[in-house]
Design a protein around this ligand. Sequence first.
Ligand code: NAP
Length: 296
Amino acid sequence: MTAQLIKGAEVAAQIREELKKEIADLKAKHNVVPGLVTVLVGADPASQVYVGQKEKTSKELGIYSERYDLPADTSQADLLKLIDKLNKDPKINGILVQLPLPKGLNEEEVLIAIDPKKDVDGFHPVNVGKLMIGEPDYLPCTPAGIQQLLIRSGTQIEGAEVVVVGRSNIVGKPIANMLLQKAEGANATVTICHTRTKDIAFHTKRADILIVAAGKPKAVTGDMVKEGVVVIDVGVNQIGTTAEGKRILAGDVDFDTVSEKAKAITPVPGGVGPMTITMLMMNTVRAAKVAAGLTE
Ligand code: NAP
């Protein structure tokens, strides 16, 4: 079987076009401009790239954007004071604090300080809880991107055996929870595997949809999957550097052997990655509509 490539970059571009139109309509019909603020503490190079991409995408789509670059020695009190100010700022619908924070800052306390209505990352315990009970407000961005890739690639989710490898709070647990819900684009039977799972291959071989977020290259190989599986590879692992100094990336799935058996598979890079920022933009637009009373 030659696997169909689920091209996240193309799906993300399509969703961004839809969002651009929605944002233009919001401005024209309701004078509403969604606003996103990014807060970066310290100068971690990878975080600087991510924040830069979020700012650039906001501007491209017509989202009002603000950015705070704070020194690494910012105190917890000053950071909380800034969040309080942003919580009260009507221009701002979404607050994104780039993680990880430098050592010495309490991430949990910072995330809890964000108004859940402005929590476009979907990490606030209120939003995690709402997702759990099937009444989500803001879905965390990477899992939301995975669900969109499944829906938009025409994958049958309802009734499918979904196996998720990885149980992190940002990918594994929320995507498992989302696909389990009694809702459209969900209604699957979900199994979660992790490092203490007795026989991972036993589970992965049963999967109609296999989602791998382990952070380990080749955690899943061709002998661990069945013919016709749809595979979403969330992993981003640097496995080397080119002669020009560029990072060589690989997913968590052994693409060559798994794609021989899969019906469809996401590439790395160009699969889940481009969806994450797009979902952040989607959440920001939703937050603006909620704030303006245009949606529940
Ligand atoms: P994480 O916090 O390190 O969690 C990894 C999870 O995988 C843990 O639950 C761990 O089990 C499990 N695991 C590790 N090796 C395993 C193995 N060989 N078999 C079964 N389970 C295994 O990672 P994460 O934050 O979820 O990220 C996972 C990967 O996705 C990383 O490569 C990350 O870079 C990537 N990622 C990509 C995006 C994107 O936008 N494309 C976004 C987020 C993350 P235990 O709990 O037992 O330790």
